[in-house]
Design a protein around this ligand. Structure first.
Ligand SMILES: Cc1cc2nc3c(=O)[nH]c(=O)nc-3n(C[C@H](O)[C@H](O)[C@H](O)COP(=O)(O)O)c2cc1C
Length: 189
């Protein structure tokens, strides 16, 4: 794949973030992990409602299997070497009046990106995942009905590409993007 290039100049931390899969399987300390949640905490949200919540499990703890077992087989094949798994959820309604919050997912997406950027800047692997059992996660993790399950995240320490199975090594590189003109429109669609 060719190198990532931007049409307009942007901060390198944005361009340099990507989603590797090769991880060492080492544990992470909370001192290493918690700055990622701290970054998420400072995301903007509608009415500053902060609808995001993060349920995490360190490897080799009593909580790991509950999160790991939610993943589809493909994700398990590489996320087994993560240090931490996270389930990201968001509150469907505002806490102050229980009215539906139209941007709860949008706001939680902003928080996830803060988390991913902070992790990338700190040199960790941060990899979002949709491939897991959403229904089972609600039950197994005792998530209240007021919350929507958004995504999972694997966080870990970087390993060399060679530590992955051959077919995953082929995918282990930063991906490209649609053209600028395809996603930005002046005035109307
Ligand atoms: C919400 C979300 C869900 C994703 N689900 C998966 C997944 O289940 N398995 C996987 O291997 N990668 C998954 N990815 C990784 C994306 O494929 C990746 O972010 C995308 O190809 C862009 O590449 P980059 O993050 O390296 O820039 C997911 C990413 C996001 C943000």
């Amino acid at each position: 794949m060719s190198e990532r290039k931007t049409k307009y100049p942007i901060h390198p931390m944005i361009l340099n973030r990507w989603s590797p899969r090769a991880m060492t399987g080492e544990a992470m300390t909370n001192e290493e992990l918690f700055p990622l949640f701290e970054a998420a905490r400072w995301a903007p949200s509608s009415y500053n409602a902060q609808p995001w919540r993060f349920i995490y499990a360190h490897r080799e703890t009593e909580h790991w299997n509950a999160l790991f077992n939610l993943l589809i087989e493909f994700n398990q094949s590489w996320a087994k070497d993560a240090s931490v798994l996270v389930v990201v959820i968001s509150r469907l309604a505002f806490e102050k009046n229980n009215k539906p919050a139209p941007t709860h997912s949008f706001d939680t997406g902003a928080a996830w990106e803060n988390l991913a950027l902070q992790g990338s800047i700190s040199g960790f692997v941060v990899h979002g995942m949709q491939g897991f059992d959403y229904e089972r996660s609600k039950k197994d993790l005792k998530i209240p009905d007021e919350y929507q399950v958004e995504a999972m995240v694997a966080i870990g320490k970087k390993a060399s590409k060679e530590s992955l199975p051959a077919e995953l090594q082929l995918k282990e590189e930063p991906s490209l993007r649609k053209e600028f003109e395809e996603i930005v429109m002046e005035g109307h669609f």
